[in-house]
Structure formats: structure tokens, C-alpha cells
Design a protein around this ligand. Structure first.
Ligand SMILES: *Cc1c(COP(=O)(O)O)cnc(C)c1O
Length: 395
């Protein structure tokens, strides 16, 4: 049996003619920059993400870059973030001339540890006072622990840019006056940055991204900066870039957005099936650590996107050997991420390599993402688990 890590064909098939029609509409319109398609998607994604404004941009990376530029983060500034994420989180911080300040992640969620975050903020405010923003990542499609992080944001006056690239629609259970209020990724911090890279839960037919915010002034700056900071055209009071979202992507994404909730649900169902199958195979905890859905036990969680499983990441001994074995048996898998950001060569001269973030480093050594896309069949999931069982137990 063949089980690819991701196969976009079964998702495309039922939508193909509708998407072709939308692409043709944009083609025939000859309006190829911004315009109605982009504005409509911005409104839809903002509404879906419980935010007031959406600003369509060219990628998730450019969403982060624009969000930082629009906060005037630059040389001399620090941005508090996680060492365990996709490179773009750090890459954009470096590109505006600032430096990342890492805190280790929590062992279960692998998201920024709020206690360590508090310590870092306290130390910074007692010292050089350089932290200009916080950039938590909602890793694999599960929100970071936003309640304490937002409390710290308020206490220290440090704005939060959510790297929600893997987490469109993911919800976090805020407790307010003894009640649980589920808030969507991109609605909690000053800004939420989304990616429409094809492998994300909502993927385009090329690159694309979106920034959400409920701050009107900030939305204006984001909008201006995505178009060279022009305001009006050809007059520049700031230096932005070309970060525009293509209408052809917006038209396709509008169609796909209609199906996003059912795709999230399909991924959660697959995660539940994996959990059941791993338990039946007697693999749970020894040797396979399953991903922690840290908000699944909250009241009402089953009605909410407590996790959208952009990735289903297990932790295993002999990870590299298992990876090879799965590949030899036609099961796609990948390591997200094999190296922490502080260990990357491109910042070697900054001395980050001497730092240690033990939880993130342990995750980099034993994590393995399994196929989780919604259209997988039960037989495919069974085959994945059976193959892993065979690797560890030899039967
Ligand atoms: C995908 C991703 C990005 C970058 O998005 P692109 O659209 O590929 O530029 C940024 N951060 C995280 C955590 C991501 O997973």
C-alpha cells in the first residue's frame, strides 16, 4: 500500500471545475493585482478568524515580515519567540534587523512556555529593555498557551504577533469569569499571520498569506506596507515592500475556505483513529509518544477546533531508522524540525549555538510527522500503524 505524507489530488477532484471557473474569471477580468477577489477573501478570513480586518499578502513569511515592519521592529530590538518552529519565524525577525530571543517550549504542546516567557520579559525589563514584540507559534495546528501570554503582553506592554501559519481556525479556550470562551488563532494577539502554502490546511495553488488584526490603525499600516508603503500612490512616508496577494490565489482560496471546517474535522477524526490503532497495537507511550491535544479535555472541546492537525507528530526512539523503514514501505513521513533555530548555521556567529533549550532539542531528535490529510482511508491509517508495529516488534 502507498500512503503519501500529503496527497492534494483527492481534495482537488470535487472542486476542480469550480476552481477552473474562478481562475478563468480572474484571467478574463485582466485585473491581476489585488481587487475584488482579494478584498472578499480578506473579509471572509477575518470573519472566520474572529478578527476585524484581513490583509492579503504574498506568503506566510511576508505576513510575518510585514507584521514586524509595521510595528517598526528593527536593529537593536529583540523579538521573543520559540526555537522550535519553521525557519520563517526567525528569518523574518533577522530580516528586519532585530534578533530573536528564544525561550524553550512546553514538553506537551511544544509551544512557547509561558513561565519561561515571563522570566525572559522580567529579565529584559530589569536590564536592557529591548524586547519589542512576542511571536508565539501555534505549532502543528494547536494554539500556544495564549491566556498567560496575553496577560504578559498586557503587563509588559509587548505586542503579540501570532505565527498562525499552521493554525487557521484553531481555537484556544480562554477562561473569563469562570466561563470558557474559544478564541480563534489570529484574533488574540495584535496580529495573526497565516500561510496559504499548499500543504497548510487552507492551501492555495501557489504561495499566499494573510494578516488579521482588529486594530484599525495597524491594519492601515499593514495595507500600506504591503504596497511599498505608498500612501497615496507614488508618495512614500515609509518603506514597505511588494507583499501583495494575487487575485488568482484569492479566488481559489475563497472556494476552498467553504470546506475548511470539514477538512479540520477529517484530520481530527484521523488523529482519533491513529490513537485507537496505536493503543490496539500496544505501542502507546512505549515506544510511541502520541501528540498531545492539550485543550481536548476542556469543556465543549468537541465542538471546537482545539487542534487542526496540520501535522500529526509522534515522538519515537530510533526515529531515523523508523523514518527509513516507513519510506522503504511506501509510507510518507517527515521531520518537523530536525534542527532547532538556535542551532542554525546562518546565525552561528551570533553565539546562539552555545545556548541550550533541552525540550526543543529533544523534540528535534525524536519527532516524526505521519500522514494525516483528511482523505486518508482507514485502511491506509491501519497500514501506517501496522508498519510501525512491525518495525518495533518485528511481527
Ligand atoms: C509555513 C510556515 C510559515 C511560512 O509560510 P509561507 O507561506 O511558506 O511563507 C511561517 N511559519 C510557520 C510556523 C509555518 O509553518
Amino acid at each position: 500500500m502507498n500512503v503519501p505524507l500529503l496527497d492534494l489530488k483527492p481534495q482537488l477532484a470535487p472542486l476542480r471545475s469550480q476552481m477552473l471557473e474562478a481562475v478563468t474569471r480572474v484571467l478574463d477580468s485582466t485585473g491581476y493585482i489585488l481587487g475584488r477577489e482579494v478584498t472578499e477573501l480578506e473579509e471572509k478570513v477575518a470573519h472566520y478568524s474572529q478578527a476585524s480586518y484581513g490583509v492579503g499578502v504574498s506568503s506566510g513569511t511576508d505576513a510575518l515580515l510585514n507584521a514586524l515592519m509595521s510595528l517598526d521592529v528593527g536593529p537593536g530590538d529583540l523579538v521573543l519567540t520559540t526555537p522550535y518552529t519553521f525557519f520563517a519565524t526567525m528569518g523574518t525577525i533577522l530580516r528586519v534587523g532585530a534578533k530573536p530571543l528564544f525561550v524553550d517550549v512546553s514538553p506537551k504542546s511544544l509551544n512557547m512556555d509561558p513561565v519561561l516567557t515571563a522570566e525572559a520579559l522580567q529579565a529584559d525589563r530589569a536590564g536592557a529593555n529591548r524586547i519589542k514584540a512576542m511571536m508565539p507559534v501555534h505549532l502543528y495546528g494547536q494554539c500556544a498557551d495564549m491566556q498567560p501570554l496575553m496577560a504578559l503582553s498586557k503587563e509588559y506592554g509587548v505586542p503579540v504577533i501570532e505565527d498562525a501559519a499552521q493554525a487557521i481556525g484553531a481555537e484556544y479556550p480562554f477562561e473569563e469569569n469562570g466561563e470558557i470562551i474559544w478564541r480563534r488563532a489570529g484574533s488574540m494577539g495584535l496580529a495573526g499571520c497565516f500561510s496559504f502554502f499548499p500543504s497548510k490546511n487552507l492551501g492555495g495553488i501557489g504561495d499566499g498569506g494573510m494578516i488579521t488584526t482588529s486594530n484599525e490603525d495597524y491594519a492601515g499600516v499593514l495595507r500600506s506596507n504591503r504596497n511599498h508603503g505608498a500612501e497615496p500612490k507614488y508618495y512614500h512616508s515609509r518603506v514597505g515592500g511588494n507583499f501583495r496577494l494575487d487575485p488568482i490565489q484569492a479566488a481559489v482560496l475563497s472556494i476552498k475556505l467553504e470546506h475548511l471546517e470539514s477538512w479540520h474535522a477529517g484530520r481530527r477524526e484521523n488523529a482519533a483513529t491513529y490513537t485507537k490503532l496505536f493503543a490496539e497495537a500496544g505501542l502507546v507511550n512505549d515506544p510511541v509518544i502520541l501528540p498531545s491535544a492539550v485543550y481536548a479535555q476542556m469543556e465543549g472541546a468537541e465542538q471546537h477546533n482545539h487542534h487542526i492537525y496540520n501535522q500529526f507528530v509522534i515522538h519515537v526512539p530510533k526515529r531515523d531508522e523508523l523514518r527509513q523503514y516507513l519510506q522503504d514501505n511506501s509510507v510518507g513521513c517527515e521531520i518537523y524540525y530536525p534542527l532547532c533555530l538556535h542551532q542554525q548555521k546562518c546565525i552561528a556567529e551570533h553565539g546562539y549555538g552555545a545556548q541550550s533549550f533541552p525540550v526543543a532539542e529533544a523534540a528535534a531528535a525524536d519527532s516524526l510527522a505521519l500522514p494525516i490529510y483528511p482523505e486518508l482511508s482507514t485502511e491506509q491509517l491501519e497500514y501506517v500503524v501496522a508498519t510501525i508495529a512491525r518495525f518495533y516488534k518485528g511481527n
